[in-house]
Ligand binder design. Structure first.
Ligand SMILES: *[C@@H]1O[C@H](CO)[C@@H](O)[C@H](O)[C@H]1NC(C)=O
Ligand SMILES: *[C@@H]1O[C@H](CO)[C@@H](O)[C@H](O)[C@H]1NC(C)=O
Ligand SMILES: *[C@@H]1O[C@H](CO)[C@@H](O)[C@H](O)[C@H]1NC(C)=O
Ligand SMILES: [Cu+2]
Length: 424
């Protein structure tokens, strides 16, 4: 082991029980951990139901108030669409989603070659804009809204440009936490998003802070793949852009990751990371946070410490290439179901704020739709470094060549402005 990895390994040894650790090379995949936190508690099921009801009740009230003034609301309870859990879709529905993603990967890019010569498809347009803005759109006040609009525009491209009639499905992280590689998302059947990478003996990833970002290298548990994806719809998929950085021993691609660098899709799914960072207790803890700063600390954790939260935990559960690269991760189709779940958990937490305070609601029911926080993650720069002003609702969300731009304030609610969706 390189000395560089030792500090991380020491940290990881504290954080991971021996059984879930699975860092050593051996000739068989390590067994999936069996632990607590893997059955949905009734309390959590109830919170999701209450949030959905709160959103629908609110839409009815708003509609009544508007109609009384002779106005017609854009989003009503009748028009509200629901994004669904991947495994709850029928086989036909899953196939339609997969085929739409493949369609997006076959359409020409809008990004000029002078900006990103590696962008070879409409799908790549989305990867480019994420690469370009990575250091501004994570651990900053724009993070949640930026990724909400990003996923919404991707869903819209699938629908408008590829004839998809469904909506963006989500990955309910805890549901398959002990073995995500066997889930309907990744079991490698024709209705999945492609299988895990082929198993190759390997150590878990060592993640390294990007230049200019503080924190140490940390060592995470290995998955049970690590090689190329050879099964299911995205078997042998070509990744064009990246990598940029973030993983030890990964050489960056040409032109800061925007150059053309065709290679096969790799994944390293496994239960150890998923169980440790994104189980039912994690989600329950998230939904019961009192304010956005606290919510974001649980959700995104503290970068480059072992507490990376479910956001990072699931990115590294996908792992591989480009899934394990902070910048290029949208180049794996799995990114989109993960960020749909990020959005689901945020939208649900926002809606819970609408409940009466005695029922866990916020004393100011509008607050979760307007407050961007005052913590380290509320600024315009990554963890407020270098120091910068707080993000504001009028700040622009720039989608580059991928899609139209908007503002943070325009997407704080999933049922206002252009948006009219929630989650089942
Ligand atoms: C982190 O890992 C990188 C890449 O392997 C290495 O260059 C660097 O020295 C390491 N830093 C620390 C503090 O171990
Ligand atoms: C993927 O590529 C490998 C190696 O070239 C090849 O053996 C395999 O048949 C390909 N699989 C699919 C589904 O195209
Ligand atoms: C569940 O997730 C939390 C972090 O959210 C973690 O502290 C706990 O150890 C996890 N449970 C298991 C069984 O790994
Ligand atoms: Cu991102």
């Amino acid at each position: 082991m390189k000395p560089a990895a030792l500090l991380g390994a020491a940290l990881a040894a504290v954080a991971f029980p021996a059984g879930a650790h699975a860092r050593c090379s051996s000739d068989a995949p390590p067994p999936a951990p069996v632990g607590d936190d893997l059955t949905e508690p009734k309390e959590l099921t109830d919170l999701f139901e209450k949030a959905k009801k709160a959103v629908i009740d609110r839409l009815h009230e708003d509609e009544k108030a508007l109609r009384a003034r002779g106005e017609a609301p854009r989003c009503t309870a009748d028009k509200l669409i629901f994004r669904r859990e991947y495994g709850s879709l029928s086989k036909d529905e899953r196939l339609a989603y997969v085929n739409a993603v493949k369609c997006l990967q076959s359409k020409p890019p809008r990004t000029p070659a002078s900006v990103a010569p590696g962008a070879r498809s409409r799908f790549d347009d989305f990867v480019v804009v994420h690469i370009q803005q990575t250091l501004d759109i994570h651990y900053s006040g724009i993070f949640q809204a930026w990724h909400r609009w990003f996923v919404y525009q991707y869903e819209k491209a699938l629908r408008d440009e590829c004839g998809y009639t469904g909506y963006q499905p989500y990955w309910d992280w805890p549901k398959y936490a002990s073995a995500p590689q066997d889930s309907p998302l990744f079991n490698g059947d024709p209705y999945s998003l492609g299988g895990n990478g082929e198993y190759v003996p390997h150590d878990g990833p060592v993640i390294v802070p990007p230049e200019g970002v503080s924190g140490g290298n940390i060592s995470l548990p290995a998955g049970v793949g690590g090689g190329f994806v050879r099964t299911g719809p995205f078997a042998n998929m070509t990744v064009n852009l990246g990598p940029v950085g973030g993983l030890a021993d990964t050489a960056p691609g040409p032109q800061g990751g925007l150059g053309y660098n065709p290679r096969g899709l790799k994944r390293d799914l496994g239960g150890a990371m998923n169980t440790r960072y994104a189980n039912y207790t994690t989600v329950l803890r998230l939904l019961t946070q009192p304010d956005v700063d606290a919510f974001r600390t649980v959700s995104e954790g503290v970068p480059y410490t072992v507490e990376i939260g479910p956001h990072g935990g699931i990115h590294y559960t996908i792992g591989g290439d480009p899934g394990g690269d902070l910048f290029t991760s949208p180049g794996d189709p799995a990114f989109w179901v993960h960020h749909a779940q990020m959005d689901r958990v945020w939208a649900t937490w926002q809606a819970l704020g609408l409940l009466p305070p005695a029922d866990g609601g916020d004393p100011d029911p509008a607050r979760r739709y307007t407050d961007l926080g005052k913590g380290d993650y509320a600024h315009r720069t990554w963890q407020n470094s270098p120091p910068s002003p707080f993000a504001e609702l009028s700040d622009v969300i720039d989608m580059g060549y991928a899609a139209p731009s908007t503002t943070i304030g325009a997407v704080m609610s999933t049922t206002e402005g252009e948006l009219c969706y929630f989650y089942l």
